[in-house]
Design a protein around this ligand. Structure first.
Ligand code: PLP
Length: 385
């Protein structure tokens, strides 16, 4: 067991029985270098100061914690939103990417490789690459290229190469596989900037540490402990960063997955994309395709630390349907004047349902991370109006 809840993983990047570094030989060496560089950098006040400077000047941190007054009134709970939608590029993904882009320059790499589903991690990667004078190559499933077209234009404007992935379900899982495959042949000059708390060690730990800024800020801004801390879960990076700020408190941690991508709620142990975690599988252990209206939650697994938090009972994982998420977008838009990303709307949809069903008692306090803004989703949402 880890010494500190959501502290450093155990030896070889283990979170309980999950995590590890299941990768081909050449990537094992590359991961070792990333780990070494991250350990050094994270202990270096100069690196921390440079990252804090970039987060403040280029990403707009700290993001506000907004009391959702009219929606709270409707729901009968006191809801606070951690506004990652107001971070530059429109989601929390920039927090992790600025950290990894700085590491890439520290390692002398000239190019960032990334996978993207919703396009938010791709846009953040393209942005950081432009800012630091690096190249960016982003792998994206063909289906996501269609439904998140706005972000594809943004990436190309920023100078990134967007590589369409035509295999499998043509979504995030396949984009991740393709990015990893590509990295094998490019480790000498490229850094693989993984977008969530997934992948081989040290990524799940490192990405959580770069996203911890969400939870740390929220803890300070809330000044106290809310009854519930809620976030949506694709791979689980905005949730991990949020939970990390409250792991040592009595707050109940709730991760909300898409009904069709419920790795933590319904997955079984297995190995994919370099780590052991919980994945949706059939009886033969084959990975089952995920399906979600939210491209960023359309992933059949979850990061290994979430699997561990689930086993420990420290966090609970629940699911929300496409329909509930779409309705939550409209409800937030019309009560608070905020159009959330479909991913973030999953977290909200659970809050709405739990308040209605009495699972969140009247008057209880809920701090929810609003991981991104909804501009990218207008072509999906307009069909539902
Ligand atoms: C706005 C937004 N929220 C959430 C996610 C899911 O990722 P994670 O679970 O790593 O936070 C994504 C992924 O693309 C996203 O774009």
């Amino acid at each position: 067991m880890q010494d500190v809840m959501m502290g450093e993983p155990q030896a070889r990047g283990r979170f309980g029985e999950y995590g590890g570094r299941y990768a081909p030989e050449s990537l094992v060496e590359a991961c070792r270098q990333v780990e070494e560089t991250f350990r050094e950098a994270w202990a270096d006040p100069g690196f921390r100061a440079e990252l804090a400077r970039l987060l403040a000047l280029h990403a707009g941190r700290p993001t506000p914690l907004t009391p959702a007054l009219r929606l709270s009134e409707e729901l009968g709970v006191r809801l606070y939103l951690k506004r990652e939608d107001l971070a530059h590029t429109g989601s929390h993904k920039i927090n992790n990417v600025l950290g990894q882009a700085l590491l890439a320059t520290r390692m002398g790499r000239r190019r960032l490789i990334a996978e993207t589903g919703a396009g938010q991690h791709g846009v953040a990667t393209a942005t950081a690459a432009a800012l630091l004078g690096l190249e960016a190559t982003v792998f994206m499933g063909e289906r996501d290229i269609e439904r998140q077209a706005l972000n594809v234009v943004r990436m190309r404007l920023l100078g990134a190469e967007v590589v369409p992935v035509t295999t499998g379900s043509r979504t995030l899982k396949d984009a991740t596989s393709e990015a990893m495959r590509h990295w094998v042949s490019a480790t000498a000059d490229s850094h693989y900037c993984v977008g969530s708390v997934i992948g081989p060690d040290p990524y799940p730990w490192m990405v959580r540490e770069f996203q911890r800024v969400i939870g740390d800020e929220a803890r300070e801004q809330y000044s106290g402990v809310p009854d519930h801390v809620v976030a949506c879960v694709g791979g689980g990076s905005n949730a991990a960063g949020t939970f990390a700020g409250f792991a040592d408190t009595p707050a109940r941690l709730v991760g909300v997955e898409a009904e069709g991508g419920a790795g933590a709620a319904r997955g079984r142990p297995g190995v994919l994309h370099g780590c052991r975690s919980l994945f949706l599988q059939d009886d033969d252990g084959q990975i089952v395709e995920a399906h979600s209206i939210a491209a960023g939650l359309d992933y059949p697994g979850v990061g290994p630390e979430h699997a561990h938090l689930r086993d420990l009972g420290r966090a609970r994982y629940v699911t929300v349907t496409d329909d509930e998420a779409a309705r939550a977008v409209v409800q937030l838009a019309r009560t608070e004047g905020i159009v959330p990303a479909l991913e973030s709307a999953h977290a909200l949809a659970w809050v709405i349902r739990a308040a209605r069903d009495g699972e969140l008692p009247a008057g209880s306090t809920v701090l929810m991370t609003l991981s991104g803004r909804g501009d990218k989703d207008v072509s999906t949402l307009k069909e539902l109006l």
